[in-house]
Design a protein around this ligand. Sequence first.
Ligand code: G1P
Length: 303
Amino acid sequence: MADTPQPTNAVRKVRKAVLPAAGLGTRFLPATKAQPKEMLTVVDKPQIQYVVEECVASGIEHIIIVTGKGKNSIEDHFDHAPTLERFLEEKGKHDQAAMVRRISDMVQVSYTRQKEPLGLGHAVLVAKDLVGDEPFAVLLGDVLIPGKNPATKQLIDVYMATGVGAIAVEEVPKEKTHLYGIVDGEAAPQPPFGARLLRIRDLVEKPKSDKAPSNLAITGRYVLPPQIFDCLERTKPGAGNEIQLTDALRILAEEQGLWAYIYDGVSYDAGDKLGFLKATVEIALLNEELGAPFREYLKNLKL
Ligand code: G1P
């Protein structure tokens, strides 16, 4: 498709992130019948808080959450909770009060609504005016990537060094390509990123294994130039009759170039029941307070 990606934007700081959170969560019924999937708790925090914390750890200053009907508890979670905070203070629980306050103070959050479920690409397009003419990150709320080296920060580093958009990819088993966007990439090693950097030749949304160009799957973390909005506006409904972000990325890759970056980390698809269980167990094992006793419990479990 395109030649070596060339920056077309003066490289600007990545300050904003879009978190699409309008989906109905049908993979997780009945838990999601009356509560947003983004608010399901993994160990001691709702999923979306992990994603917001990844943004903050990556230097993002303004998060735009794209919501829909029934998602009000997300807004409440990132808002001040004066009654709760006062109650905790009065009981002498100052640490807990500070923890509750930190959630609402860590970053600026704006909300906009996707009025119809027209697809991930459409959800990102809904944030166009709030993002404006600057590069931004996209993080999918049901993909959790714990660890000290945030995937979004890794992509921002690629963007800042090259001025070209970058998306996180990872290897998946060949028989699972139909669950992901799959990348056709060509090794384009360059310091300091080495062999993790690939030039994207093409991308396909959810191909069957015999049609997949590789087993490199799009993970749910993207850093994109503002031109993606123009690409999204030109994108016709694709897989599932939805406006797919992956299809707009094909246009972007062709016109401006796009990197796939084999990020350092492990992702969990917490929007899927088994992925959610894996995330819960592994994040619990990493938890400072619970990790040791939980490991002991698992070791002694007789099933
Ligand atoms: C979305 C994207 C897909 C990506 C996946 C990662 O699909 O469309 O390209 O690989 O997220 O989780 P979804 O899982 O929302 O159907």
